[in-house]
Design a protein around this ligand. Structure first.
Ligand code: NAP
Length: 355
């Protein structure tokens, strides 16, 4: 039995907590770190809208560090290396959706102090999710098992964020609704951070598959809204940023070998000059053989579901990729545990047991 703490109980965190309570005989939820005063002291069962479970949330990070636990599920809106170092040094492993996808290519100063914390606490840290995560890590590696030669890998993500209820991430962090000329790979602390994790993911594929990349570049084109929108009560004004086309390219001798491109809109105005892959994620490998796969998650392909439930399915996928990794992360050698160094993450109880 692994004792786990939820750090961040937003859209992704609540899916993890619900899964632990409903379907995991190997995981026990022993605490949660929250940020808002309204949630401080709340019972975790009640936070999920169910019967109390006798475990309370706290805004006190020190109280969390003092708890006896095997792993912290780290899913705050804004990730901090300091938090993770403190958790690791306290002897708890960390599994996160927020960052640490390919720590070898993190800023050296951060990488070194995370490693020192892992050594101090004999603990390990793993970052994954949907993208960055499975679709830009596990899936391309799995497909490469059928390759004789790879010339290039491209992952395109096409998504409209209007349906994504984490408006703190959409507007505060990703700066949708801000002036178009204020969007750049280093123009705010968060945009720089966000760009760095996708750059890391390009490095991850390049390093894991022997691409010998010289550099990874980051570019973004921001596009203005044609009209006003209302997104979960948050106004998006005409003329402000409603589209962001990001591209992170891993180059060898000037040629693109690995690319992640995101085609993100809010308000569903799709720029006419952008490429038009299907909604979701399209992974294309040019080589011998060339391969392409398209991924989309829904609440169901057979029964009718509300849009909100379909949207939630991506949070479930993000959350489960990391939750299902907890046993492997707890058993890993101290240090960085990546999608290339951990065994294949799968849910061996996905079908549930006979009642
Ligand atoms: N890898 C992937 O594929 C993937 C996909 C989706 C999301 N993510 C990442 O996963 C994380 C969680 O996403 P989410 O959609 O669950 O986010 P979210 O719903 O917006 O928020 C998560 C939590 O952040 C907390 N928070 C509030 N103020 C904060 C602050 N100043 N600093 C840090 N946290 C604060 C909130 O706490 P309270 O509830 O107490 O207010 C909330 O529970 C994010 O880092 C996101 O970027 C990764």
């Amino acid at each position: 039995m692994y004792r786990v703490i939820q750090w961040g109980t937003g859209a992704v965190g609540v899916e993890m907590m619900a899964a632990i309570l409903d379907s995991r005989s190997d995981l026990e939820l022993v605490g949660a770190r929250v940020y808002s005063d309204a949630k401080d002291g709340a019972d975790l069962g009640e936070l999920l809208g169910r019967a109390p479970i006798g475990v309370r949330a706290t805004t006190d990070a020190d109280a969390i560090l003092a708890l006896d636990a095997d792993c912290v599920l780290y899913t705050p809106r804004t990730a901090r290396v300091d938090d993770v170092c403190a958790v690791l040094a306290s002897g708890k492993n960390v599994a996160t959706t927020a960052f640490m996808f390919h720590p070898r290519r993190m800023a050296p100063v951060d990488r070194d102090r995370v490693l020192a914390a892992c050594e101090a606490g004999a603990s390990s840290v793993h970052g994954s999710g949907l993208n960055p995560g499975n679709l830009s890590g596990v899936l391309p590696l799995a497909l490469s098992g059928m390759s004789r030669r790879i010339d290039s890998i491209t992952l395109q993500e096409r998504a409209d964020w209007s349906v994504y209820e984490s408006t703190g991430i959409t507007f505060d962090n990703m700066a949708f609704g801000q002036p178009v000329d204020s969007i750049g790979p280093t123009s705010t602390e968060f945009l720089a951070f966000n760009s760095s994790i996708f750059s890391e993911q390009v490095w991850f594929l390049g390093d894991a598959l022997g691409a010998d990349l010289d550099e990874v570049t980051a570019d973004v084109e921001a596009v203005a809204a044609q009209r006003d929108h209302d997104i979960f009560g948050h106004p998006l004004r005409a003329g402000t940023t409603a589209g962001q086309r990001w591209s992170w390219k891993g180059l060898r001798a000037g040629e693109t070998r690995v690319e992640i491109e995101t085609l993100w809109t809010v308000g569903n105005e799709y720029p006419g000059h952008w490429p038009t892959p299907r909604h979701g994620w399209t992974l294309t490998i040019e080589g011998d053989p060339s391969m392409q796969t398209h991924f989309v998650s829904l609440a169901s392909f057979t029964r009718a579901a509300e849009m909100a439930e379909h949207v939630r399915s991506a949070n479930v996928a993000t959350a489960m990729q990391v939750l299902n990794a907890v046993p492997a992360v707890c058993e890993a050698e101290p240090g960085f545990a990546t999608s290339a160094s951990l065994p294949l993450i799968y849910n061996s109880e996905a079908f549930g047991r006979q009642p």
